[in-house]
Design a protein around this ligand. Structure first.
Ligand SMILES: [Fe+2]
Ligand SMILES: [Fe+2]
Length: 396
């Protein structure tokens, strides 16, 4: 099986299609060749799935080394195609239609001819693509997360949770594998902490040392995201799935050198590029660890993208981000501004909420921003500040 050869033929077909009209022999030839290679691929892997993460291409769980820095990967991702999957029964018509749609997107043509779902009217298309988060059959994730929450009286101490997060980050750093069970356990435990009292509480960790930032921040973003998801009346399963996405949103930071991560001063352009790459890196780490976590991967990728298209990673094709990304984005900014950083003191809660209101409609999804501000004002007095555990020993 050679998935790289197929992808190269796909790129060639797309380039050729911009030069020749339908029916031209050169065009038909490259389409046939690519379709033949797809046939070979489907024999070895009946449901191939590809992810395009900027400079990296992943087939299933395997990163395709020979396609590192392949220009087409960034091109696909920029056109809103971060994920591409095929069913074994792809026809030539399906394939041509797919190529036409992608060619239109790449050419920047109005993508009104978009999604394959529309044209297949109810029938599941044999070729599916879109952002990483588009997925309907994530039953395994549901089953894994849909365990009953054990209610317990909690004292607001997050020793075990902090340990579990540290352990998770260390595992990712050492072997690239993400211990999903730990992530889910932390989220369940945070959920218990939030509902331990008769009314909802918002337990947020307080940062003591700068090097605790990533741990503190991802725990808080997970709590805030779950609270917001609940406030938006999502069901319990989705609330926890969003909580996992909040917990993992900055996972890519484990790969950023600490000198850059904790640098007190302004970052240089090169350092900023490295820093911003935590989005792509995080999505890659998550997707290669667990195929079922693609919503978390979408959030890792998209949580710095603003409503008006600003932020990063840059996209050439305007499309909406996953709903979970809009929630995590506002919670992320809230927690970041509420925290003392080497270069700036923490802001008061009200100042942050005003800021979020100001940026609603440009940076933030207005409805989500309004709901977040409403929730935080309603929870005033119900926010428990939790001390960072003094001696959080890492336990396996
Ligand atoms: Fe981030
Ligand atoms: Fe963040």
């Amino acid at each position: 099986m050679d998935s790289s050869r197929f992808l190269a033929s796909l790129a060639q077909a797309l380039s050729t299609m911009t030069l020749y009209k339908s029916g031209h022999p050169a065009r038909e030839r490259v389409i046939d060749r690519s379709l033949a290679l797809l046939g070979e691929l489907l024999e070895a892997d009946p449901h191939p799935q590809f992810s395009f993460l900027g400079d990296e291409v992943v087939h299933g769980k395997t990163s395709l080394r020979d396609l590192r820095d392949w220009e087409w990967s960034a091109r696909f991702a920029g056109a809103g195609i971060q994920r591409l999957e095929f069913d074994p029964e792809v026809t030539r018509d399906d394939f041509v239609q797919f190529l036409d749609t992608v060619a239109a997107r790449l050419g920047g043509a109005a993508a009104a001819i978009d999604t394959s779902e529309m044209r297949h009217a109810g029938k599941r298309p044999t070729i599916r693509f879109g952002s990483i988060g588009i997925r309907s059959d994530d039953d395994a994730t549901r089953r894994a997360i849909e365990k009953d929450i054990v209610t317990a009286t909690i004292s607001f101490q997050f020793g075990e949770e902090v340990d579990a997060i540290k352990y998770m980050h260390e595992q990712v750093m050492q072997n690239g594998g993400l211990p999903l069970l730990e992530a889910e356990a932390v989220v369940r435990s945070l959920s218990v902490a939030m509902h331990g009292e008769s009314e909802m509480m918002l337990p947020l960790l307080m940062l003591k040392e700068f090097d605790q930032y990533t741990t503190t921040h991802c725990l808080n973003v997970s709590v805030l995201t779950m609270a917001l998801a609940e406030h938006l009346e999502l069901n319990a399963r989705d609330v926890r799935t969003f909580g996992v996405a909040g917990l993992l949103h900055d996972l890519g930071k484990v790969r950023i050198p600490t000198e850059i991560l904790n640098k007190p001063g302004k970052l240089t352009d090169d350092e900023r590029t490295v820093m911003q790459n935590h989005t792509v890196e995080g999505a890659r780490l998550i997707i290669t660890s667990d195929r079922e976590l693609d919503m978390a991967a979408a959030v890792a990728y998209e949580h710095h993208i603003m409503l008006n298209g600003g932020g990063y990673p840059k996209r050439h094709y305007q499309r909406d981000v996953h709903k979970a990304s809009t929630l995590v984005h506002v919670c992320d900014v809230y927690d970041a501004l509420r925290t003392n950083r080497p270069y700036r003191a923490a802001w008061e809660s009200e100042r942050v909420l005003k800021y979020i209101e100001e940026k609603a409609g440009s940076e933030f999804e207005p409805e989500i921003a309004a709901k977040f501000v409403e929730m935080m004002r309603a929870l005033e007095g119900k926010t428990a500040t939790v001390e960072f555990p003094a001696k959080a020993a890492v336990s396996a």
